[in-house]
Design a protein around this ligand. Structure first.
Ligand code: GLA
Length: 734
């Protein structure tokens, strides 16, 4: 690890893990140009990569062709309006109405460690673990300072970037675009991978060629959304899970985002990542500054798998702050798919009693315990226990659940307000709405204006009272609709473009308060399933509900896409009943269990109504969870066969860091006629170590060296029927 500035060449060289990132200062002006991001290099590159000596690209000696220069220079942070016609990184409106901005090098700082960002999630690291470069750029015409932050980590092929933009002029300026990072490189027939989805079908993998022009992903929903993820990977056409070059881009943010890949006339590829500039304006008065969210850039020459493991290690070690990050999570049972709104103290205790007998460790009371909520038409905002349902009160229920040996968890949807609620009757203006326009409802509810402190304070205090009134050890923080009809009752007209970002800052502030006030609380974020599954949320909660779709087969695709960037330990995954409530599919209980094992593991069913043989299988599943939890929480993830490849099966592996213990999970999506065993090549083991390999759910036992397991592979026996699965437990022989 290290960051140096080579004065003679005017090059910054940042070494991170096995990678090098280089920035060169171009021309007399000192444009910050991007030189290189890739495999570790020993030497600094000269500036021919920046093309400054090629005619007509010589702006300081000949302003005549500056436009050609600007449109071809690989920029670190793309200017706007002065000749680079590609997608810009920044746009600034002045009192005079102009929008151009072109910051150039002014000075820099290099130091050990990494600063945080006020009010926002950010990667962290100790001084001995990481180094930071602050590259200060200035636009003298605007008197605008742009500080680009780059942090590298000792052991990770990762660059974390963000920008701080400061108004040093006497006049007010308005940012109308402020991206987090930009990366320019030569296009080498690159392809891109993004994750798309819908409610109950989140984060499916899409891979396509990057064409000329612009393409990418974005959200305008005020949250991340089910539909697209703030992630884009650029990969060589030959890149696979195991090999080839891959660049991963991910934004640590939970609101409107945009990640765009663009190839221009010179075959230069630009990736810009940051807050979506649509409906975004940020007023900067004299002396004020704005911080963009952080973007994570990963380089892998070990294929998509190498990228995944870099993201996983960064997030587990340097983003998730929860004390649970490397802990086994309690096996929970959630009553949502068990009862929906139809429950009371007695019903919950029946579930808890049976759950305790099976080794389940926590009961989570989901939606419907407050106000007079009997369906989704009322009471959001009225965070008072409904004592007609929860007879004897919440403390009584929690104490009884605890007495059964179970922890207790509870559901909130803090950001919402139902028109039929005491809160709405008292404060109709707290719901987001544009005066004179009927606001659009979704799931019968409006969104609270969390840009207002009094609204945040009120909701937080209600939550605090509930949480301090009983021994509640887990909270599921839900968010069940996107934002629309944007207007902030307290925002002046000139600052309405700040609403979306201020809303996200409001959510961050509330979650920060929650985890500071209750430091031992296990927080799980959720949004109509997985609509706010993003790295921003991981800063506050070590796990996020993956999807409302608990069908084991649909989950294979959802969890594969999610695990491409997120550690398994943060994927909320539960076993539910069949036919599945979302897709009506029947799958074996064993397969449902091993699929949920890929995440936090729990149950989402009425255990009092479950068939006897399934109830009897639960203790065995819970035992498997305990046996493999440490491996799943800490291990390295390898995707062996993709569910999406059309091979009719799904297979992944987790290997501990010592490469001594591993777990292979295999699900045969469809039985195949006249087929025999299937060969699967393992990954991540030591070549010269002897391993015992034992089947769980199917007969298999072998002792083989790592090289045989990885290069010749194992024969997974043919399983009888659709949706069958098995596990292989792998241990180095001592
Ligand atoms: C969302 C969540 C579910 C459940 C319901 C309750 O859909 O994703 O898990 O909590 O809300 O209304």
């Amino acid at each position: 690890m290290g960051i140096v500035f080579e004065e003679k060449q005017r090059v910054f060289k940042l070494d991170a893990g096995d990678t090098t990132y280089m920035i060169g200062l171009a021309g007399e002006e000192g444009f910050a140009g991007h030189l290189y991001f890739g495999k570790r290099l020993n030497d600094c590159m000269t500036d021919d990569l920046l093309r400054v000596t090629e005619p007509p690209f010589a702006p300081d000696t000949n302003n005549r062709d500056r436009i050609s220069f600007m449109d071809a220079l690989p920029f670190e942070y793309a200017s706007h309006g002065v000749g680079d016609f590609r997608d810009s990184s920044i746009r600034v409106r002045t009192v005079g109405g102009t929008t151009a901005v072109s910051p150039v090098y002014h000075s820099h700082k290099i130091y050990a460690g990494k600063p945080g960002i006020d009010g926002m999630p950010a990667v962290f690291g100790k001084e001995e673990e990481c180094m930071t470069l602050e590259l200060m750029l200035k636009d003298e015409a605007l008197k605008l300072k742009v500080v680009l932050y780059y942090t590298v980590f000792e052991k990770l092929p990762v660059i974390v970037r963000h920008a701080k933009i400061c108004n040093e002029s006497e006049n007010t300026l308005w940012l109308t675009k402020a991206m987090s990072a930009c990366l320019d490189m030569d296009n080498r027939d690159y392809e891109m991978i993004t994750l798309h989805g819908a409610w109950a079908r989140e984060r499916h993998i899409q891979r396509q060629k990057i064409g000329y022009g612009s393409q990418g992903v974005e959200s305008l929903r005020g949250e991340t959304g089910h539909q697209e993820q703030p992630f884009l990977a650029v990969c060589a056409p030959e890149a696979t899970q195991r090999s080839g070059e891959v660049y991963g881009f991910h934004l640590i943010y939970s609101g409107n985002f945009k990640v765009r890949a663009q190839i221009n006339q010179f075959d230069l590829l630009r990736v810009n990542i940051g807050i979506n500039d649509e409906d975004f304006t940020w007023q900067l008065k004299q002396g004020e500054s704005f911080d963009t969210p952080e973007a994570v850039l990963v380089y892998s020459d070990q294929g998509i798998g190498g990228m995944s493991r870099a993201f996983h290690d960064l997030y587990r070690n340097h983003l998730i702050r929860s004390p649970y990050v490397f802990e086994k999570r309690p096996v929970l049972i959630n009553n949502w798919e068990a009862t929906y709104f139809d429950f009371n103290t007695e019903k919950l205790l029946q579930i808890a009693e049976k759950a305790a007998e099976s080794g389940i460790e926590m009961l989570v009371m989901d939606d419907g315990w407050f106000g007079h909520r009997e369906d989704d038409n009322s009471s959001l905002g009225d965070w008072y226990v409904n004592e007609e349902k929860i007879k004897g009160g919440l403390k009584n229920l929690v104490d009884k659940v605890n007495a059964l040996g179970l922890k207790f968890g509870i559901w909130f949807e803090p950001e919402m307000i139902s028109p039929d609620s005491e809160l709405y009757r008292e404060h109709p203006d707290w719901a987001i709405a544009i005066p004179g326009r009927t606001p659009s409802m979704a799931r019968g509810q409006y969104v609270l204006d969390l840009t207002r402190k009094e609204v945040r304070d009120y909701i937080f205090e209600r939550m605090e009272e509930i949480l301090s009134g009983a021994n509640i050890e887990y909270v599921k923080w839900d968010m069940n609709r996107p934002l629309s009809d944007i207007a902030g009752a307290k925002l002046p007209p000139g600052q309405m473009g700040e609403f979306y970002h201020r809303y996200v800052l409001g959510v961050y502030e509330m979650q920060e308060r929650l985890v500071s006030r209750f430091p031992k609380l296990l927080l799980e974020n959720c949004s109509g399933g997985g609509a706010r599954f993003d790295p921003g949320m991981l800063y506050y909660s070590p796990q996020i509900w993956c999807s409302d779709d608990t069908d084991a087969i649909e989950r294979l695709s959802i969890q594969e896409g999610t695990a491409m960037i997120y550690p398994l330990s943060c994927m909320g995954a539960h076993v539910s009943v069949c036919p599945n409530h979302t897709v009506g599919r029947n799958t074996p209980f064993f397969t449902r269990g091993i699929t949920a094992l890929a995440g936090t593991f729990g149950y989402e069913l009425d255990i009092t109504k479950l068939p006897k043989e399934e109830v009897e299988a639960i203790p065995g599943q819970v035992e498997l969870y305990h046996r493999f939890a440490e491996l799943i929480v800490r291990g390295d993830y390898y995707r062996l066969v993709s569910t999406t490849e059309g091979k009719g099966c799904d297979c992944y592996m987790v290997v501990d860091k010592e490469k001594e213990n591993a777990l292979l999970s295999y699900v045969q999506v469809q039985g195949r006629p006249n087929c025999h065993s299937r060969n699967v090549r393992m990954q991540g083991l030591k070549e010269d170590v002897l391993y015992t390999v034992k089947g769980i759910g199917a007969d298999y036992e072998k002792t083989l060296r790592g090289d045989a397991l990885m290069y010749a592979g194992v024969q997974i026996p043919e399983l009888w029927g659709d949706y069958q699965g098995m596990l292989l437990e792998i241990h180095a022989r001592r």
